[in-house]
Design a protein around this ligand. Structure first.
Ligand code: CA
Length: 228
């Protein structure tokens, strides 16, 4: 499983411990020692998950989580809070602001990696290696293969990521800007019509098996994958 995880933690030793363990688990790690830096990184590109320390210099982790939840672009970004206190009040406050899970310091790296995996499964399935199916179309991130029944479909890397994201979020309409965030990551230098180009390529690759009809254009809104 390879997800991009933004670690917001001001203590260098804990930051280093987390970084080495997440990298070992196959993740891409971004580091920020305060909320301001984290905010800038999130503006540039959405990570798959934020691991957020409760106590930070300047804006607290709790306030940063609130900020993320208050904005449409980051509302559903998975957040795991790191807290030094196991107090119930903290947990309740955290649950109200919508953190997806908690890890109390000191934590075992193994437990942390397992919690991250569980939250990704629930909230960011495109960042996991679980195979996904829609009708007779099957995409397996582990082997990087897409099949329609017994036929293999060859896709370019961008079309593969695009199809993976759509298949893990079926029936929902995704704006071009959302697809840029989720599939391209750093959308700063990419124009929205790039999405249309890759959707066209994806449809062309799916056409021989008849699966191109799964990808629907929603006028004025964006794209959706639907088996209906
Ligand atoms: Ca701290």
């Amino acid at each position: 499983m390879s997800a991009t995880i933004l670690v917001v933690e001001d203590e260098p030793a804990i930051q280093a411990l987390i970084e080495v363990n997440l990298r070992r688990a196959g993740h891409v790690v971004q580091l920020a020692a305060d909320a301001e830096t984290a905010r800038r990184l999130v503006q540039e590109a959405l990570p798959d998950l934020v691991l957020l320390d409760w106590m930070l210099p300047g804006m607290s982790g709790v306030d940063f989580a609130r900020l993320l939840r208050s904005q449409a672009r980051t509302r559903s970004l998975p957040i795991i809070m790191l807290t030094a206190r196991a107090g119930e009040r903290d947990k309740i406050e955290g649950l109200e602001l919508g953190a997806d899970d908690y890890v109390t310091k000191p934590f075992s790296p193994r437990e942390l990696v397992a919690r991250i995996k569980a939250v990704l499964r629930r909230h960011a399935p495109q960042a996991t290696e679980d195979a996904v199916e829609l009708g007779s179309l099957r995409l397996d991130p582990a082997t990087h293969r897409v099949t329609a029944g017994s036929e293999e479909i060859n896709l370019g890397p961008t079309e593969f990521r695009l199809l993976h994201f759509l298949m893990t979020h079926p029936e929902r309409v995704h704006a071009r800007s959302q697809l840029l965030d989720q599939v391209w990551g750093d959308h700063v230098f990419v124009e929205e019509r790039t999405v249309d180009v890759h959707i066209r390529r994806l449809r062309a690759a799916l056409e021989p098996s008849g699966h191109d009809a799964l990808i629907q254009t929603v006028r004025g809104s964006g794209y959706r994958i639907s088996a209906a």
